[in-house]
Design a protein around this ligand. Structure first.
Ligand code: ATP
Ligand code: MG
Ligand code: MG
Ligand code: MG
Length: 562
């Protein structure tokens, strides 16, 4: 690439709208341009980096047995109604209508569509395990799109879905993916840590997030220096807590719950500090939920309700949704279940919703749904934040706190989607069994930003070699000096012939400007061709990671660069 032709619009000053370093540098170095809030164009350099990251991901996914597909971005509402997520996904979902007024969404994730695909294509145990993945744009109407590519509303994700015979095999798939993720983030040159996490909206049980350590990270993690314990603080303290016993639940039932409460009132009522009101579920001894507290941008879909009864759907929905499910899903018996569920989303917003239960098989009438008989809630206890000074729940050593950027997450979904969408196979005895699923996401565009967040200095980006847009930049100090130009062109040609990705800065600019740009865009190797080269064959060879250049003989430089 010749710099004189390249679209690398570097800026002299730091754009004021960018709060964190990766966002500033990606704008300043001409890697990205904003289209709308949370929506970006990847400029030529960024697109090269993305393809490198994707290449690393593809390599690991294929190696693990994955097959790449490309699923539709536009997804029909029916599938989401079938899984029970059409309503609960809430405002984060971009919804669109076609000319016939039919509902669709722009895929925020692809569990529904892929489970639908697999239920149509897989029928025998011989076809499993099956790992399908894609690398594609995802759409989420984030409440606070920010930090450039970190939290976009349109962003690139790799998502793989595993389909297994049973839980034991799912466990194996999970381990394979976990390992592949470690390889991917290591190859990208990132300092990261896998942590135990909350399965949130997506359902399922075991899950880990891959966190890139950075002060600007939106997540807080704790880790132990003596053992392998590491967790997102969202869940860190919930594990050791005991469920409230029914005595206590009855106590709570006696307390009058007014219709409207603020977080402070509720925290008084629960006798916990407001900062700990992250998630608190209170069920009475029968099926009534009296209070669910969810703070900040956490939404109602994060409630973990686990069913015991063989019904297909147990979720939370508005009055309207209950009606629409009943009308639109044949075989869905109900609607009733949880009553008087009150959700306090945050200080201003309050949703009052109904619970719904249903079944796909005749005879499973779900009136008189009972807590602990038909369903149970995974955590009755306050899921409070772990605090400074608390000890590791595994080994009782002291814990360290850090901030992290979630670049990936692996989930064991179990039968959450396969059951709802009826994805089954016939086992070797010809008996129908439910497929066990896992899903594994990587934020590809976020990984690019996270790499910059971790690899930079006062002069700009420092790309790890594995994902750098180009490996080498050649800078002739003066393009007016014919000999310098000849040597630079010659070297450019030789490196290209050897397959090295190289930029020749052939612009008629001052050397200082070229050096500044080379550092800003972060090319790993900078080769300067100046007077010394023309006179005695010496070039200045500088690694972006090193403070000083070294002198290398012109003849040896190709060898050194390979
Ligand atoms: P977050 O907690 O940051 O909102 P998430 O847990 O909602 O992310 P997942 O559903 O686990 O995200 O999606 C898989 C991966 O996609 C995430 O680990 C992250 O790297 C990436 N990702 C999620 N949301 C965004 C976004 N708005 N912009 C860029 N990447 C994202
Ligand atoms: Mg999210
Ligand atoms: Mg998350
Ligand atoms: Mg996640």
């Amino acid at each position: 690439m010749r710099m004189s032709n390249a679209l690398i619009p570097t800026l002299r000053s730091t754009p004021a709208e960018a709060e964190i370093i990766s966002h500033q540098l990606l704008l300043k170095a001409g890697f990205i341009r904003r289209g709308a809030a949370g929506i970006y164009t990847y400029m030529p350099l960024a697109y090269r980096v993305l393809k490198k990251i994707e290449g690393i991901i593809r390599g690991e996914m294929d190696n693990a047995g994955g097959q790449e597909v490309l699923l539709p971005i536009i997804q029909p509402a029916e599938l989401w109604i079938e899984s029970g997520r059409w309503q609960v996904y809430g405002d984060e979902m971009f919804r669109v209508k076609d000319r016939h007024n039919r509902d669709f969404c722009l895929g925020p994730t692809h569990e529904e569509i892929i489970t639908d695909l697999v239920r149509g294509e897989v029928s025998s145990y011989r076809q499993l395990p099956l790992y399908l993945y894609q690398i594609q744009n995802k759409y989420r109407d984030e409440r606070r799109p920010r930090f450039g590519l970190m939290r976009g509303r349109e962003f690139i994700m790799k998502d793989l879905y595993s389909f297994d015979l049973n839980d034991e095999n799912l466990d194996k798939s999970y381990k394979i993916m976990y390992k592949a993720y470690e390889n991917i983030f290591t190859k990208c040159g990132l300092n990261f840590r896998p942590v135990e996490a909350d399965s949130g909206a997506i359902g399922g049980s075991t899950t880990h997030e891959f966190m890139v350590l950075a002060d600007s990270g939106e997540a807080e993690i704790v880790y132990c220096s003596s053992c392998d314990y590491a967790a997102n603080t969202e869940i860190a303290a919930c594990t050791p807590e005991k469920p409230k016993d029914s005595e206590e639940l009855k106590e709570i039932q006696k307390v009058e719950t007014p219709d409207q409460k603020t977080i402070n009132e509720i925290s008084d009522f629960l006798q916990i500090s407001p900062s700990k009101c992250i998630k608190t579920l209170f069920f009475t001894a029968d099926e009534e939920v009296i209070a669910i507290l969810i703070r900040g941008d956490r939404t109602i879909n994060e409630i973990k309700v686990q069913k015991i009864h063989p019904c297909n759907n147990l979720g939370l929905a508005s009055e309207e949704e209950v009606q629409s499910i009943t009308n639109s899903s044949p075989g869905f018996v109900g609607p009733v279940g949880l009553k008087n569920v009150k959700i306090y989303a945050d200080l201003e917003v309050e949703h009052i919703i109904n619970g719904v239960c249903g079944a796909n098989e005749d005879g499973y009438h779900l009136i008189n749904v009972n807590l602990n008989k038909d369903y149970k809630v995974e955590c009755f206890a306050d899921l409070r934040l772990i605090e400074e000074g608390e000890l590791c729940p595994k080994c009782q050593e002291s814990l360290n706190f850090a901030r992290g950027i979630e670049v990936g997450q692996v989930f064991k979904l179990g039968t959450r989607y396969s059951e709802a969408l009826n994805a089954t196979y016939l086992d070797s005895n010809g008996k129908k069994q439910i497929i066990h699923m896992g899903c594994y996401g990587i934020g590809v565009s976020r990984t690019l930003a996270a790499t910059v967040e971790q690899n930079n200095d006062e002069n700009g980006i420092i790309w790890p070699k594995t994902i750098a847009p180009y490996q080498v930049i050649i800078i002739p100090v003066s393009v007016k000096d014919e000999e310098q130009v000849r040597l630079a062109e010659e070297l450019y040609k030789q490196l290209q012939e050897k397959g090295v990705e190289v930029i020749l800065d052939d612009r008629n600019e001052r050397a200082g400007v070229k050096f500044k740009d080379a550092d800003l865009i972060g090319i790993p190797v900078k080769i300067t061709i100046g007077k010394k080269t023309a006179e005695n064959n010496m070039i200045e060879y500088k690694l972006r990671t090193e403070p000083e250049f070294i002198e290398v003989n012109y003849e040896e430089v190709v060898q050194k660069t390979l």
